[in-house]
Design a protein around this ligand. Structure first.
Ligand code: 0A1
Ligand code: ZN
Length: 878
C-alpha cells in the first residue's frame, strides 16, 4: 500500500503545488482483470510554486506500460509503484501521457477502480485516484476532466462518468462500445468516478429555477428500480430545497446516482455521478425500516449538497476536511428538519452526537475538527469532523443571527466558487458579514475535547433575585494537555413553576449584552460568568442550552423537581426531552450505586408525555428511550462495569414498563387499526411510539412482552414493525426467539440488506453466548469478509454490544481484534473502522481495561499492518 506509512503529514508543511493540471483526458478500457488507463495530462508550472522543481506524481501500487512527454516516449524506469518522477520537467506547458494497467477484480480494498458484483466502479476520496493513474492527487489541484470509457457491450451496457455525456457508440468491428463524458467544472481528482455494468435505471427529470432542464437517474442492480423510487423523490426534494434555502442550483445537464452493494462508507459525492452504498438507496416497506428511509433521505441530500459545499468549493488540503463535511452535514440536517419534525430531528442528531462524537472526543482517538497532523487520512472521516463540524456551523448561526449567517454563506459561495478553500476562509466570511471578531470562536476548530459547562443557581426570596453562575472547562485530550476557554452560545430562558416563561426584562439588568438579550443567547467566552435576573418568581428554573445550542456537556444543579418542571413546561421541545433524559439517567446511576431507582416521581410527567403521544408520537418515543449504556458510561467516566450498568438501565426500563403498563397497552391497542404503511414522518412517529411502548412493556413483563412481540412479528406488513418486534424478542432467550430468527432468515434470505439486519440483531444480544453465536455466524454461508455491509453488521454490531464486547473475560475484545487482523490485508479501511470499537476502553474497570489493552497490543504487534490499522491501534494505546 502507501509509502508514507508512519510519518505524520502536517498542516504546517503545506506548500502550494509546483505544477498545475489544466486538463485531463482519460481513455479507459474496462476489463475484469486488466483495465488499461491512458491518461493525458496538460501540465504547466505553477507561477506560485518553485520554478524548475522536479515533478512527482502520486501512485499507489501502479504499473506503467507507456510514458510520453509531448509525444516523445520516456523510459518506464521513471515510474515506481508509488510515484512517477520527472527530474527536470519543461519550464513551460507540456503534455504527459501515462498508460497504466490495473486489476479491478483483485482490488479488495475498494479504493480506486474495483468491482461490486459484476459492475465496475470507483472510489477516489481521499487518495484512490492514484490507484488508477499517476497524478497530483491532492485536493488543491483542479482540472477539467474528459473521460472516454470503453467496454464489451455485454459486460457493461451502462458506462457512466462525471459531467455531461458528449458521445457514445459502438467500436466498429468489435463487440465493444464506448461513452465519452466531459465535466466542464474544474475539480480535484478525489471527485473523479466512472461506473460500468449491467444496471437498471429509474429516470426522472427536473428543471432549475433558472430554467435548466436536468435529467435524473438512479442506477441499481437489475430488477430493483422499484426500490429506488424513494431515493429519487428525496433527490428532487433536496434539489428544490437547496435552491430555495441556500440559493444553490444544479450546474450540469444530468445527475446520476449509482447504488452498489460493496462500498466502504455511506456514499460519495463524485461530480454529477454520486456512488452509493445501496443501503442508502434501496427501500420498500417490506424490506426497509423507517430509520432506513430517513437515512436515505439524509444521505441522498448530503451527497447532492456536496455539489456546492465540497465540489464547487473544495478543500485546500485534507486538514480542511470539515470545511466540506461539517458544512454539508449541517445542510443535510437542516433539510431533514424541514422535511420532518424539527425538534425530533434535533433530538435524534444530538443523541447520535453524544453517543459517537462525545465518546470519540472523550477517549484516546480525540482530535480537533481541524487536525494539524495525520498519519492516515482515511481515519479522519470521523464523528468529530462530520458531526462536531456541523455543530460549529450551527453555532455560527446562533452567534451572528440568521441574517448575518445567510449573508456570510452567500459571501462564501460568491468569493470561493471554483477554488480550494480553508476553514479560515469560511470563518472570514462570517466575521465580515457580522462585523464580529471571531478569533476566539476559531478555537472550536483547533481544540479537541468536549467542553464542560456547569450552571449553579441561587435564589434570594427576599429580593427575588436569581443568580446564575456559569463556568466552563475542557478536559485534556491526547497531545493537548492545556485548554483555553471557547465561545459557548447558550440559548436560554427562564421557566416558572406554573409553566409560564419568565421574561428577562432588559439585558443590562441581568448582565447581558444587547445582542445576547435580543438573541436570547448567553455567550460564555470566559472561564466563568455571573448573571443576575431580577424580579423572578420563586421556583423558576433556568432552561439552558435550548435546542442544544453548543456541543458541550452541561451539568446543572437542577433538582429532580426542577427537571420535571422543564420536562413538562419548557417551550423548547429539545430541553423538555433533555430534562427527561437527565432524570432517567440519574435514576439509572442511582440504581447502579445500589440506591432506589423507582420511577414513581416521574409517573405524572411520563403519563402526560404518553397522552400527548397521540399528537406528537415521534417526540414521545424519544422521551421513552433511555440514554444508551455507552452514553451513561461516559457520564460515569471511569471504572465502568457495563454488566452492572446494563442491568441498572434495564431495571429502570422495567420499572417504567410496569408502572405505566395500562397506558402502554392502550397505545398498542390504539395502533392496531393504523392505515397502510407510508414512510412519512407521521407514520414513522406513530410506529416509533408504539414500538417504544412495546419495548418498555416487555422490559416490565418479558413473558407477556414476548407474546405481544411475537404477534406483531407475525402480523406486521412492514419491516419497521417486524424488526422492532424481533428486537424485543431478541432480549428474551428461548425457543420462540430462535424460531423467529430462523423464520426471518428464510423469509428474507434473498435480500442482502435485510440479512444484514438479521446478523446485526444477533450480534446485539446481551447474553453470555453471543461471542460464540457471532463466531458461528461468521461460518454462515451468507457471511463474507469481502462485503463491508456484512462485516459492519456482524462484527461492527458486536463491537457496539456494551456487555458482550466488554466481557470481563476479554473474549469480546479478542473476537474483534482477531477479525481486524484477518481483514487488514484485504480491506484496511473496514478493518480500521472495526477497531474503533475500542474507543472507550479506558473507561472500563481495571480487569476489562487490562484485557482490552492486551487485545490492542496483539493487533499493534502484528507484522505488516496497514497504515490505517496501525494508526488507530497506536492512538488507542497512546
Ligand atoms: N465524502 C463522502 C465520504 C466518503 C469518504 C471516503 C470514502 O472512501 C471509501 C467514501 C466516502 C461523504 O461525506 O459522503
Ligand atoms: Zn460528506
Amino acid at each position: 500500500m502507501r509509502s508514507d506509512q508512519g510519518q505524520p503529514i502536517r498542516l504546517s508543511d503545506y506548500r502550494v503545488p509546483d505544477y498545475l493540471v489544466d486538463a485531463v483526458d482519460l481513455d479507459i478500457h474496462l476489463h475484469e482483470t486488466a483495465t488499461r488507463i491512458r491518461a493525458t495530462l496538460q501540465l504547466r508550472p505553477n507561477p506560485a510554486g518553485v520554478a524548475g522543481a522536479p515533478l512527482h506524481l502520486d501512485g499507489d501500487g501502479l504499473v506503467a506500460t507507456a510514458i510520453a512527454l509531448d509525444g516523445e516516449p520516456l523510459p518506464l524506469g521513471i515510474a515506481e509503484p508509488e510515484r512517477l518522477t520527472l527530474a527536470e520537467p519543461p519550464r513551460r506547458a507540456f503534455t504527459l501521457m501515462v498508460e497504466t494497467l490495473v486489476d479491478p477484480s483483485a482490488n479488495s480494498a475498494l479504493m480506486g477502480l474495483y468491482r461490486s458484483g459484476s459492475a465496475f466502479c470507483t472510489q477516489c476520496e481521499a487518495e484512490g485516484f492514484r490507484r488508477i493513474t499517476y497524478y497530483l492527487d491532492r485536493p488543491d489541484v483542479l482540472s477539467v476532466f474528459t473521460t472516454r470509457i470503453e467496454a464489451e457491450r455485454a459486460v457493461a451496457p451502462v458506462l457512466l462518468g462525471n459531467g455531461n455525456p458528449v458521445a457514445a457508440g459502438d467500436v466498429p468491428g468489435t463487440d465493444r462500445h464506448f461513452a465519452v463524458w466531459h465535466d466542464p467544472h474544474p475539480k480535484p481528482s478525489y471527485l473523479f468516478a466512472i461506473v460500468g455494468g449491467r444496471l437498471d435505471v429509474l429516470r426522472d427529470a427536473t428543471t432549475t429555477g433558472a430554467g435548466r432542464p436536468v435529467d435524473l437517474a438512479v442506477y441499481v442492480e437489475p430488477g430493483k428500480t422499484a426500490q429506488a423510487a424513494y431515493a429519487m423523490d428525496a433527490l428532487k426534494r433536496a434539489m428544490h430545497w437547496d435552491e430555495r434555502v441556500f440559493g444553490r442550483a444544479y450546474d450540469l445537464d444530468v445527475f446520476n446516482v449509482v447504488a452498489v452493494s460493496d462500498f466502504n462508507m455511506g456514499a460519495m459525492e463524485n461530480k454529477g455521478l454520486n456512488i452509493f452504498n445501496d443501503k442508502y438507496v434501496l427501500a420498500s416497506p417490506e424490506l426497509a425500516t423507517d430509520a432506513d428511509y430517513a437515512g436515505i433521505e439524509t444521505v441522498i441530500a448530503h451527497e447532492y449538497f456536496h455539489n456546492w459545499t465540497g465540489n464547487r468549493i473544495t478543500c485546500r488540503d485534507w486538514f480542511q476536511l470539515s470545511l466540506k463535511e461539517g458544512l454539508t452535514v449541517y445542510r443535510d440536517q437542516e433539510f431533514s428538519a424541514d422535511q420532518r419534525s424539527r425538534a425530533v430531528k434535533r433530538i435524534a442528531d444530538v443523541r447520535a452526537l453524544r453517543a459517537r462524537q462525545f465518546a470519540e472526543d472523550g477517549g484516546p482517538l480525540a482530535h480537533s475538527v481541524r487536525p494539524d497532523a495525520y498519519s492516515e487520512i482515511n481515519n479522519f472521516y470521523t464523528a468529530t469532523i462530520y458531526e462536531k463540524g456541523a455543530e460549529i456551523i450551527r453555532m455560527y448561526r446562533t452567534l451572528v443571527g440568521p441574517e448575518a449567517f445567510d449573508r456570510g454563506m452567500a459571501l462564501y459561495f460568491d468569493r470561493y466558487d471554483g477554488t480550494a478553500a480553508t476553514v479560515e476562509d469560511f470563518l472570514g466570511c462570517f466575521a465580515e458579514s457580522s462585523g464580529r471578531d471571531l478569533s476566539q470562536f476559531f478555537r472550536w476548530y483547533v481544540q479537541a475535547g468536549t467542553p464542560r459547562v456547569t450552571a449553579t443557581t441561587r435564589y434570594d426570596a427576599a429580593t427575588r433575585v436569581l443568580t446564575l453562575d456559569l463556568a466552563q472547562d475542557t478536559p485534556p485530550t491526547p497531545g493537548q494537555p492545556v485548554k483555553r476557554p471557547v465561545v459557548v452560545p447558550l440559548r436560554f430562558g427562564l421557566v416558572r413553576r406554573d409553566g409560564t416563561e419568565q421574561p428577562v426584562r432588559t439585558g443590562a439588568e441581568a448582565g447581558l449584552s444587547a445582542t445576547e438579550h435580543d438573541h436570547g443567547v448567553i455567550e460564555l467566552s470566559t472561564p466563568s460568568r455571573r448573571l443576575r435576573f431580577e424580579d423572578v418568581a420563586p421556583g423558576t428554573v433556568p432552561s439552558l442550552l435550548r435546542g442544544f445550542s453548543a456541543p458541550v456537556r452541561l451539568t446543572t444543579d437542577a433538582t429532580d423537581a426542577d427537571l420535571v418542571t422543564l420536562m413538562t413546561h419548557d417551550e423548547d421541545a429539545f430541553n423538555r426531552w433533555d430534562a427527561a433524559q437527565t432524570v432517567l439517567s440519574r435514576l439509572v446511576l442511582a440504581g447502579l450505586r445500589g440506591g432506589p431507582a423507582e420511577p414513581a416521581p416521574l409517573r405524572a410527567a411520563l403519563s402526560a408525555v404518553i397522552e400527548t403521544g397521540a399528537r406528537d408520537p415521534a417526540f414521545a418515543a424519544q422521551v421513552l428511550t433511555l440514554p444508551a449504556v455507552s452514553e451513561l458510561a461516559h457520564e460515569i467516566g471511569r471504572d465502568v462495569d457495563p454488566d452492572a450498568l446494563h442491568a441498572a438501565r434495564e431495571r429502570v426500563r422495567a420499572g417504567i414498563g410496569t408502572m405505566l403498563a395500562p397506558a402502554f397497552r392502550a397505545v398498542l391497542a390504539a395502533g392496531r387499526n393504523a392505515g397502510p404503511y407510508a414512510p412519512d414522518a407521521a407514520g414513522a412517529g406513530a410506529r416509533a411510539f408504539r414500538n417504544a411502548a412495546l419495548s418498555l412493556l416487555a422490559a416490565g413483563d418479558p413473558e407477556n412482552g414476548a407474546a405481544l412481540a411475537l404477534a406483531q412479528f407475525d402480523g406486521a406488513d412492514n419491516m419497521t414493525d417486524r424488526l422492532a418486534a424481533l428486537s424485543v424478542l431478541g432480549l428474551v432467550p428461548g425457543a420462540a426467539r430462535e424460531a423467529a430468527l430462523a423464520r426471518f432468515y428464510s423469509d428474507f434470505a434473498d435480500h442482502a440488506l435485510v440479512v444484514d439486519k438479521w446478523f446485526a440483531l444477533q450480534a446485539a444480544i446481551p447474553e453470555a453466548d453471543t461471542p460464540e453465536r457471532v463466531r458461528r455466524l461468521m461460518e454462515h454461508p451468507a457471511f463474507s469478509l469481502a462485503v463491508p455491509n456484512r462485516v459492519y453488521a456482524l462484527i461492527g454490531g458486536f463491537g457496539a454490544n456494551p456487555t458482550q464486547f466488554n466481557r470481563p473475560d476479554g473474549a469480546g475484545y479478542d473476537l474483534v481484534a482477531s477479525v481486524v487482523i484477518l481483514l487488514d490485508g484485504k480491506n484496511p479501511q473496514v478493518a480500521s473502522r472495526l477497531l474503533g470499537a475500542f474507543r472507550s476502553w479506558r473507561l472500563m474497570e481495571p480487569g476489562r481495561r487490562a484485557k482490552a489493552e492486551a487485545a490492542l497490543r496483539r493487533v499493534s504487534g502484528q507484522p505488516a499492518l496497514s497504515p490505517d490499522v496501525k494508526d488507530i491501534a497506536a492512538r488507542s494505546l497512546g
